[in-house]
Design a protein around this ligand. Structure first.
Ligand code: AMP
Length: 392
């Protein structure tokens, strides 16, 4: 049976271990984008207002051992402010002292455990560590969609010791959005792919070729495909060893009658620098690199998207971190957001980061909080963190 939503389990008098994705950007102790924390507030509030206590846990960054800069302290402070009640930070996620803090927690209160990845046993999905994590809690709630593609102690191992388990509201919403574009999508169905590398997205391209009617390609990965078609790519960032694979993907797409649309013009510069001198060209000169799709491509992409009924988008169409190369991503993004009668799913990671502060971002059907997890789901890979929530 699929995972039970947290709204359907009894929480009265129970301490819930809640796996969240609080892996937020932190600069000098300040959280610069709290949207991942905000995305789990509904689940936390639900547990606290239904007679339970929430023992929150998450990873932050990729520490190999205890690293003070990767403490979840700023997250505990942020949670205290937005929840309007003190959320203490336990100095470790396991151990006697933290265990005592869990024991002393009253119903209606929340506690945050320190960064799970201070222990290598977390990523190793270690059995004893999973057992320790489960200690003192009666329920497990997973709201960390962004790590659902990883079989770690806090996403998989712990479920051996906490039989009562549920999916948080964010997890439920993410899975519903993905099911909507996988199980019965309305056609025409268009996939927009961008970002840095073809190699990260081979699996998803192959899987989506059986579902979609059209693929629009931008970002650096477009240049590997352009090279495979024999176009000049200048100094653009390409994956030389993936050019043959790109040809193979063209052949599969042709068999399935799925057109691959590549950019027809480009914003180029000598380097990806803030002060670079920028040009728009149809043919990339030998000493320049393509850093954004050009204005004719923007118009062409928007025309292709006008009749779509389902759109899935993963990866920015240019080097959007620099404003001179962000226009393609934002113009196509705004056009997609303003389409009506279409289901739009924006894959997480950089695409979500690019759109999150745009005034039109709320018009997308769904912006996912998980990049890798979204790609693996679309590829047809079973997500271990979701599988572990299933009940017999
Ligand atoms: P990904 O994580 O694969 O989605 O890649 C996102 C990254 O690709 C972002 O940091 C973008 O700046 C980068 N990117 C997109 N287009 C280009 C391009 N034309 N040249 C270099 N980097 C790019």
């Amino acid at each position: 049976m699929p995972a039970i939503p947290v709204s359907q389990i009894s929480l009265e008098g129970k301490k819930a271990l809640v796996r969240c994705d609080f892996n937020v950007p932190v600069n000098h102790g300040q959280i610069t984008d709290a949207s991942r924390i905000d995305a789990s507030l509904n689940t936390i509030r639900h547990i606290l207002s239904h007679g339970g206590a929430a023992v929150l846990c998450s990873h932050l960054g990729r520490p190999k051992e205890r690293t003070p800069e990767l403490s979840l302290k700023p997250v505990a402070e942020y949670l205290s402010t937005v929840l309007g009640k003190r959320v203490a930070l336990a100095p470790d996620c396991i151990g006697e002292f933290s265990g005592r803090m869990v024991r002393d927690l009253s119903m209606g209160e929340a506690l945050l455990l320190e960064n799970l990845r201070f222990h290598p046993e977390e990523e190793a999905n270690d059995r004893d560590f999973s057992h320790e994590l489960a200690r003192g809690k009666q329920v497990y709630v997973n709201d960390a969609f962004g790590t659902a593609h990883r079989a770690h102690a806090s996403t998989v191992g712990v479920t051996q010791f906490l039989r009562e388990r549920a999916a948080g509201f964010l997890m439920v919403r993410e899975l519903e959005a993905l099911r909507a574009v996988t199980e019965h999508p309305a056609h025409p169905y268009v996939l927009i792919l961008g970002g840095a590398k073809v190699s990260d997205k081979i699996g998803v391209i192959k899987a989506m070729l059986t579902r979609v009617n059209l693929i629009l390609i931008g970002g650096a990965m477009a240049y590997t495909f352009m090279k495979a078609r024999g176009f000049a790519v200048g100094k653009s960032r390409i994956e030389e060893d993936k050019v043959d694979l790109a040809r193979e993907l063209f052949a599969i797409a042709a068999q399935r009658h799925v057109p691959f649309v590549l950019p027809v013009d480009h914003v180029v510069a000598a380097s990806a620098a803030d002060d670079a001198s920028v040009q728009t060209v149809s043919n990339i000169p030998g000493d320049k690199m393509g850093l954004d799709i050009g204005p004719r491509t923007v118009v062409e992409f928007i025309q292709h998207l006008a009749s779509a009924r389902t759109i899935v988008w993963n990866g920015p169409l240019g080097f959007f971190e620099i404003p001179a190369f962000a226009e393609g991503t934002f113009k196509v993004g705004e056009a997609v957001a303003n389409l009506s009668g279409v289901s739009t799913l924006i894959g997480g990671g950089d695409t979500a980061a690019a759109f999150v502060n745009q005034p039109w971002a709320s018009k997308f059907t769904h912006i996912s909080t998980g990049g890798g997890a979204t790609l693996e789901y679309l590829e047809g890979v079973e997500l271990p963190g979701v599988k572990a929530l299933e009940v017999a």
